[in-house]
Design a protein around this ligand. Structure first.
Ligand SMILES: [Zn+2]
Length: 481
């Protein structure tokens, strides 16, 4: 795996629809940039009546500079405010993670959704709960089950300046999921502090820690960036951990509304952010034979487990045929009493692909195998469901300027940012496939996700919120942060 910083790499500096940062100056590093103004000065500056000494350059920029100075000051206040929120963030994260919201636990999802509606109230926009359609899946008995989920939650926020005089810029999307991989029966249900810096708990980084980071960055923006041209929407979803079967339709509908996406999945275990992601999908085979008494009538039976075994061998042998494509036969359910020829197997397979060619190839091969083993004349039926639900996420040129911003703002905070490809998928894959480029790992640092060792670096909560707040300030057109 390569780790490749973008800063200073001239080959990556030419960009397509880049946010314009050509106006950026070096004043952010000068102590004068952090000057504190008196209340009278602020009023004067806002009215354009007086100049701050540093900005008294006496030419056409006079009318612009005071506003920028004011924004610089409020941005700095926002950063300072966020730096003081570490304890609140940790304690709210504990409350949120101690409430179960496993992907299929509808009651828990609804309870957490209603808690989140109150939790986000301070950003000052009304919550719009969005009911999502039920989705179907095959259970381990091969029956088609209709499954409900929780609501998606959406808030739209615009600065006062933007409401008065719209800039025409598309809003940003800030998003993450509130479901976790831990159902209500899972033994891992509660957070536990491990010293001052670490907390172990279900969802602390994946992705409830991301919810807390997002929320604080959004509140700071709503409080301190009111005089900029900022617009953003927050969307929280209930089903990412199972491949977003319900919220994919929502994404298909709303992605075109936004200019760029910031998603709050956790960083990698070495704190790198994710540059590119593999695509992934799940296939379910329902393999039917014929039941018979294993002693009296063995020949009349058609053994679904034996049939599945051959099919599995063919599937597994696809591994290695193409670099970067993996096929994992992950779960098999079938059989009962050993004196009965089994008539049903349900087989679940996860695939990972690096690009669109791989995706087409693996889908075709899996379908061929299903067809080959579907042999009604021999007494066997094979039914296949599923496919690639998250297409691969290659590097999108329009994300590159944003990646540079992340690096530059990180540098100002004393945090070196690195990027790495990941084999795992997120909603970032889908958003990009629906035309919305995004950076999807702005959540906290930690490790052990999807296990009972999941932990968060508590200091990363305010740090990431600051980083995102700086990005929001910069996107709003003020690059002096
Ligand atoms: Zn996850």
């Amino acid at each position: 795996m390569s780790v490749w910083p973008l800063l200073g790499n001239p080959s990556l500096s030419a960009t397509g629809s880049a946010p314009d940062y050509s106006q950026e100056t070096d004043d952010s590093d000068s102590p004068a940039a952090l000057q504190v103004f008196t209340a009278e000065q602020i009023v004067g500056i806002l009215l354009g009546l007086i100049q701050s000494p540093e900005n008294d350059v006496g030419h056409v920029q006079n009318r612009i500079q005071p506003i920028r100075a004011h924004t610089l000051m409020t941005t700095q206040q926002g950063i300072e405010w966020l730096e003081q929120q570490a304890e609140s963030m940790a304690s709210e994260l504990t409350t949120l993670c101690d409430m179960n919201s496993g992907s299929e636990h509808v009651e828990g999802l609804e309870r957490v959704a209603s808690w989140l509606q109150d939790y986000f109230a301070p950003i000052g926009s009304p919550c719009q709960p969005i009911k999502l359609s039920n989705f179907q899946y095959l259970d381990d008995d091969g029956a088609s089950i209709e499954q409900a989920t929780g609501p998606a939650l959406r808030w739209d926020w615009s600065s006062q300046a933007e409401r008065i005089s719209p800039s025409g810029k598309k809003p940003l999307l800030l998003s993450i999921h509130y479901d976790t991989v831990y159902g209500p029966q899972h033994p891992f249900q509660r957070c536990k502090r491990d010293g001052d810096l670490k907390m172990v708990g279900p969802g602390v980084i994946d992705a409830k820690g991301g919810i807390v980071v997002l929320r604080y960055a959004a509140i700071a923006a709503s409080r301190f960036l009111g005089n900029t041209s900022l617009r953003f929407s927050v969307v929280l979803t209930p089903d990412e951990e199972i491949g977003s079967p319900a919220s994919t339709q929502l994404w298909a509908r709303i992605c075109s509304e936004f200019g760029f996406g910031l998603l709050f999945e956790p960083s990698m275990s070495d704190r790198s952010l994710v540059s590119t992601r593999k695509g992934t999908g799940n296939f379910v085979f329902k393999i039917e034979g014929r039941a018979a008494h294993a002693g009296r009538n063995f020949q009349a039976g058609r053994n679904a487990i034996a049939h599945a075994a051959s099919l599995i061998r063919d599937l597994h042998e696809l591994n290695g045929e193409r670099e970067n494509v993996t096929i994992n036969v992950g779960r098999i359910q079938g059989g009962g009493a050993v004196n009965v020829v089994p008539d049903l197997v349900v087989l679940r397979v996860n695939v990972r692909v690096a690009n669109g060619d791989d995706q087409a190839w693996v889908e075709a091969r899996v379908q061929q195998i299903a067809k080959r083993y579907d042999a009604p004349e021999a007494g066997y039926r094979v039914h296949l469901e599923g496919g690639i639900h998250s297409p691969p996420k290659p590097l999108d040129p329009s994300a590159i300027p944003w990646m540079r911003w992340v690096e530059e703002e990180g540098t100002k905070m004393g945090t070196a940012i690195h990027w790495k490809p990941s084999g795992g998928a997120s909603d970032g894959n889908k958003l990009q496939a629906f035309g919305l480029p995004n950076i999807d790992t702005l959540g906290p640092d930690g490790d052990g996700l999807h296990s009972d060792q999941e932990w968060v670096d508590l200091a990363s909560l305010p740090r990431k919120a600051c980083l995102v707040f700086r990005l929001l300030a910069r996107y709003a057109g003020h690059s002096e942060v």
